[in-house]
Write a protein of this length. Structure first.
Ligand SMILES: Cc1ncc(COP(=O)(O)O)c(C=O)c1O
Length: 195
């Protein structure tokens, strides 16, 4: 079972996910994913051969004992999938934005992992520092959420910068500048590399 929550709409050709990127279809029984991240809606999905799908439909308690997804959220997710399928440049634009944001943050003194994912963690360690940098960046109109334990392990409190295909160069520059300025203002220790 492969959880593509962070890969749907982000990784692989046209954002089809990691299994598609690595051509592992033959080796994976079930792909699960969310409609609530790159697709901007709500809900989730499981893809499998019909026998497994039938089993889940008849036995999965969270499906059977929960209200079905509201049609507007399904329509929203479907519209997002159609956009993805119809515009192969969309995902490449996301990768470009992610690369740009990483380059700008590195230029601002941050250590960042090298990959194409749109989430760029900036580790500060202490919750109070991560929160203070988040609040300071907000005063410059830039929202980068501070993430603290128990969401992440103690000592790895961070800002989670997330870029989208819709962000402009200017917005990426503004964000990187505001984050670096906010971190400098807190006299924060040098950010660590995410593990
Ligand atoms: C790897 C992974 N799987 C699943 C989920 C849950 O997705 P949903 O918001 O649709 O419950 C998340 C949410 O953060 C996630 O990171």
């Amino acid at each position: 079972v492969v959880d593509e929550a962070h890969a749907t709409g982000v990784v692989g050709p046209g954002g089809r996910g990691l299994v598609s990127a690595l051509a592992l279809h033959d080796q994976v029984d079930v792909v699960i994913g969310t409609l609530g991240k790159a697709l901007g809606s709500y809900g989730a999905f499981a893809c499998s051969e019909p026998a497994i799908a039938e089993f889940l439909i008849n036995r999965a308690r969270t499906l059977i004992y929960s209200t079905a997804l509201p049609p507007p959220t399904v329509a929203g997710a479907l519209a997002a999938l159609r956009l993805l399928a119809g515009d192969s440049a969309l995902v490449r634009r996301l990768w470009d934005r992610a690369r740009l944001l990483r380059t700008l943050l590195k230029g601002g003194g941050f250590q960042v992992e090298e990959n194409e994912m749109p989430i760029v963690p900036l580790i500060f360690g202490t919750p109070s520092v991560a929160l203070a940098v988040c609040e300071q960046a907000l005063t410059d109109g830039v929202f980068v959420q501070a993430i603290r334990p128990p969401t992440v392990p103690p000592g790895t409190s961070r800002l989670r910068a997330v870029v989208t295909a819709a962000h402009t160069d200017h917005q990426c520059r503004k964000a990187a500048h505001a984050i670096a300025k906010a971190a400098a203002g807190q006299q924060a220790p040098p950010p660590l590399l995410a593990t």
